[in-house]
Design a protein around this ligand. Structure first.
Ligand SMILES: [Zn+2]
Ligand SMILES: [Zn+2]
Length: 328
């Protein structure tokens, strides 16, 4: 098998040949067909997340087919198409796991961060954390659903039922959430980098009823806003854009510092919350819903060996939607 491996934080990924592995008890081996590239992969490569582990194979939006099954795995079969998300394993016994908040597990493993992920031709996953994907949709189209879709879905649920939803940062996650929110009958207000007219036009094509720069005031007060961009400076304008009792959700795993702001922006029961990781029930719920909504992901494909190019283009905002690495 081959993989694009991070050997040193901040360095380019290296094309490496690794010995084929056999799945252990409770594990499956997956022949990877496609793996999405997420902003979190940039945080992993840059060493911005706590306790980084190297060498590591990044990638946590994996779509592939099972080609070996370890002892004790039930309900999955050879050849079946599965998706592997960011949440790679939980302990099952900490208070969070027991209390239905496995996204906050005290001893988790995260795919492509603390266990090897999907920038590879073959990967091993904990069978309990892989989602059967069925046969509807192409591997490449489905890959961005595994993180951008799932975290986007969790963020949307936490944002509440308000009709007027703001999305700050219109990349992979927002372009999926906009479609879901529109399907739910909400109005989407998309905020991009000031002057980024191309992304504003893209947002309108994805269902946004208004698009503008993050320095602009939306035409009506928002019920909730989700910040996908890793930019803490967006928190005060997002709080300013929501109505009394409105909620601002920070959806990223890493953000630059939030600047100080006057208390009156939070006053009147506005709420500022963050979203961390996902639970398996988020995944099951969203993947069941996605085909009904008919989510169309906009993807740019790169061969696996060009993972560094894909990361560089993501960093520079050179494509719309999501980048996906394809094996072979
Ligand atoms: Zn736990
Ligand atoms: Zn991700």
């Amino acid at each position: 098998m081959h993989a694009m491996t991070l050997k040193k934080l901040g360095a380019p990924l290296e094309w490496t040949e690794l010995p084929d592995r056999q799945p252990g008890p409770g594990e499956i081996r997956i022949k990877v067909a496609a793996c999405g590239v997420c902003r979190t992969d940039l945080h992993v490569v840059d060493g911005e997340l706590p306790e980084p582990r190297v060498p590591i194979v990044p990638g946590h939006e994996i779509v592939g087919r099972i080609d070996a099954i370890g002892a004790g795995v039930v309900g999955l079969s050879i050849g079946e198409r599965v998706g592997v998300p960011w949440l790679g394993r939980t302990c099952g016994v900490c208070p969070y796991c027991v209390g239905g908040q496995e996204n906050l597990c005290d001893r988790p493993l995260f795919t492509g961060y603390t266990r090897d992920g999907g920038f590879t031709t073959s990967t091993i996953a904990d069978a309990r954390f892989a989602f059967p994907l069925g046969e509807v949709g192409s591997d490449v189209e489905l890959a961005p659903l595994l993180c951008a879709g799932l975290i986007g879905w969790r963020s949307l649920v936490i944002a509440g039922d308000g009709k007027r939803l703001g999305l700050y940062g219109f990349g992979a996650a927002a372009h999926i959430v906009a479609q879901v929110a529109k399907w739910q009958g909400r109005s989407v207000f998309a905020f991009t980098r000031p002057g980024d007219l191309a992304t504003q036009t893209f947002a309108q094509h994805q269902g946004a009823s208004w698009a503008g720069g993050s320095d602009e005031t939306p035409p009506e007060p928002l019920d909730a806003a989700i910040i996908f961009a890793p930019v803490g400076a967006l928190v005060p304008p997002a709080l300013k854009a929501v109505r009394k009792g409105g909620r601002v959700v920070c959806a990223g795993i890493h953000m630059s510092d939030v600047p100080s702001f006057p208390y009156r922006l939070l006053w009147e029961e506005r709420q500022l919350v963050s979203v961390a990781n996902l639970t398996r029930s988020d995944g099951i719920e969203f993947l069941r819903l996605a085909p009904k909504i008919g989510i169309a992901t906009k993807t740019t494909q790169y061969p696996l060996i060009q993972a560094n190019q894909a990361l560089a283009n993501l960093r520079a905002g050179r494509f719309e939607g999501a980048a996906v690495l394809v094996a072979g």
